[in-house]
Design a protein around this ligand. Structure first.
Ligand SMILES: C[S@@+](CC[C@H](N)C(=O)[O-])C[C@H]1O[C@@H](n2cnc3c(N)ncnc32)[C@H](O)[C@@H]1O
Length: 196
């Protein structure tokens, strides 16, 4: 499966107005996966599978479980996993990530990538947190949504900004995690589980 095929999947998503991960966030995620040599990655918010399949393509033995709450998108993502010939190690689940059946048969979770509805980030983290392996990482995209400044944002965004602020504060204050924020794209939050 070539880079060109991956690029076609990206163009397909963009042409349909399906939001997908930025190139810089995708590279960050790929490097985190390689550096930490994890076996299992969970993605919360998979859309048609672009980011998960991109990571799968770059990491031959990695198992990925992607949650996508829109059934039609999850179906498409599954179709794409077949086309990419990774269906034996990448599966998409058509349900909100925060209602996942855990523990996963794939084993302890080495990485959790959150790219879902902004109001759900904290719930998603708390759902998977007990199943994270020691040393696991959590990477959250859009963690600095609208500069986390409700005063300067449109009224329709204020509640989401507050929820994202709450997610940031809770993670930064969480014992047992080494947390940093990066000014990449709409902001990345990286939390590493340093204690079991
Ligand atoms: C930004 S898109 C994901 C893009 C994907 N990560 C990529 O880069 O190819 C966000 C997706 O998350 C889904 N979503 C939103 N909240 C969710 C949740 N709680 N659990 C699972 N999926 C969710 C939306 O339906 C949407 O398709």
């Amino acid at each position: 499966m070539s880079e060109a095929t991956l690029e076609r999947l990206r163009s397909l998503a963009m042409a349909r107005g399906i939001p997908i991960v930025s190139q810089s966030c995708a590279r960050f995620l790929e490097q985190m996966v390689k550096l930490s040599r994890i076996d299992v990655l969970v993605e919360a918010g998979s859309a048609i599978g672009y980011s998960a399949l991109r990571v799968a393509l770059h990491t031959p033995d990695l198992k990925i479980v992607g949650y996508e709450k829109q059934a039609k998108l999850a179906e498409e993502a599954t179709l794409h996993a077949g086309q990419f010939k990774v269906a034996d190690r990448v599966r998409f689940v058509a349900q909100p990530a925060e209602s996942a059946a855990l523990p996963l048969p794939e084993g302890p979770i080495g990485g959790l990538f959150i790219d879902a509805a902004k109001a759900s980030y904290l719930n998603i983290f708390e759902t998977f947190e007990p199943y994270l392996a020691p040393g696991a990482f959590v990477l959250a995209d859009n963690a600095s949504f609208k500069g986390l400044d409700p005063e300067r944002a449109a009224p329709r965004h204020r509640r989401l900004i507050e929820r994202m602020q709450q997610f940031n504060e809770r993670l930064l204050a969480r014992p047992g995690y080494d947390v940093a924020r990066y000014d990449i794209g709409d902001g990345l939050l990286l939390a590493i589980k340093v204690e079991d």
